[in-house]
Write a protein that binds this ligand. Structure first.
Ligand code: MG
Length: 332
């Protein structure tokens, strides 16, 4: 690397909140961080890779978007557990050619996400990576805390429970389609790109569901409803039935009709929305508000006995819902 490790750390600390305080007793600068456990809480820990050409495209995703999104994706898994975000660790592999403006931009985006989600950087490492593959990779580990015994899990859904989602479905995929069709540089679609570039994890909703003990199961929607709902069902050993007409599909503007994007397809199979998918016992369903801090909460179906997820179309026809969301290990 053509900058020293020390300079790099200084630059990171200037952009990303990393001061000691709260649960962080000893932060960056020693061999490891020292972290205090909040009283009556458990730690929730998860890590997430964000790799060039796999999760983002360096010529399409601006550096600040890369920094923001790397942290938002990981934080969404904390939200899905009902946790309060606390700390994160960053392992960065970056070619020397990106240590100038690209890195500043990335750190600016990451700092913005960290302040928004109330996360402090507790440590990590940086390396240049092999010269033969000059790609960028960010590995983010996030730690959150949850009141002991109140975490949201995927395993508690029961037949008869109502199935809810937060936010619109397919909005991030619509942004991705604009990119894939080369329409993302048109300023009039800037708003439609926000869910793709700056997703907002459902942190407060997750905490509310956990604190109220109202959800029987929950997870975040990272890969698309058709991929994620079967995961929740499998973990709970149940099936589900959802209704096409009830889905809060993203609105595709008329001017984009030539792209032949179907709102229902985007809603069912589009990834990266980072809303929550959760189930609630039928008797508690009326306690779920229509909106929560400005985000819509929609009752889309119910949990049933048996296995598999089925989709009821507008005419009442029932068909199995095949997972067609994002999966790195399935070629498309
Ligand atoms: Mg998840």
């Amino acid at each position: 690397m053509n900058i020293t490790e020390e300079t790099l750390i200084q630059r990171i600390r200037r952009r990303v909140p990393s001061s000691e305080g709260g649960v962080l007793r000893l932060g960056i600068g020693d061999d490891a961080a020292l972290v205090r456990t909040p009283p009556g809480a458990d730690w929730v820990v998860t890590s997430d890779p964000f790799i060039e050409d796999v999760h983002f495209l360096a010529d399409t995703h601006a550096p600040d978007v890369v920094g923001y999104k790397a942290l938002a994706r990981a934080t969404s898994d904390l939200a899905a557990m009902g946790a309060q975000p606390q700390l994160f660790l960053l392992n960065l592999t970056i070619p020397a050619s990106r240590t100038g403006r690209w890195l500043e931009g990335m750190l600016t985006g990451m700092g913005r996400a960290a302040r928004k989600f109330r996360l402090r950087l507790a440590g990590g490492d940086t390396s240049q990576g092999p010269k033969s593959s000059p790609t960028i990779s960010l590995h983010v580990t996030v730690l959150g805390s949850v009141e002991r015994g109140r975490e949201l899990r995927r395993t508690g859904a029961q037949p008869g429970d109502a199935v809810f989602v937060s936010g619109p479905l397919g909005a991030a995929q619509l942004g991705l389609e604009l990119i894939l069709h080369g329409r993302h540089r048109e300023t009039r679609w800037k708003k439609l790109l926000a869910p793709q570039f700056h997703p907002v994890p459902a942190i407060l909703l997750g905490q509310w569901l956990a604190h109220q003990r109202i959800a029987s199961a929950a997870m975040d929607l990272s890969d698309g409803l058709s991929s994620d709902l079967p995961r929740l069902c499998k973990a709970s050993a149940v099936g589900a039935r959802i209704y096409a007409e009830k889905l809060p599909c993203v609105v595709v503007p008329r001017e984009l009709r030539p792209l032949k994007l179907d709102a229902l397809t985007l809603a069912l199979h589009g990834g990266e929305d980072y809303g929550l998918l959760f189930t609630v016992p039928a008797r508690s369903a009326p306690r779920i508000p229509n909106t929560f801090h400005g985000t819509t909460l929609t009752h889309i179906g119910e949990i049933v006995r048996g296995r598999g997820v089925s989709l009821v179309d507008a005419r009442g026809k029932i068909s199995p819902l095949k997972p067609r969301g994002w999966d790195h290990f399935r070629t498309r």
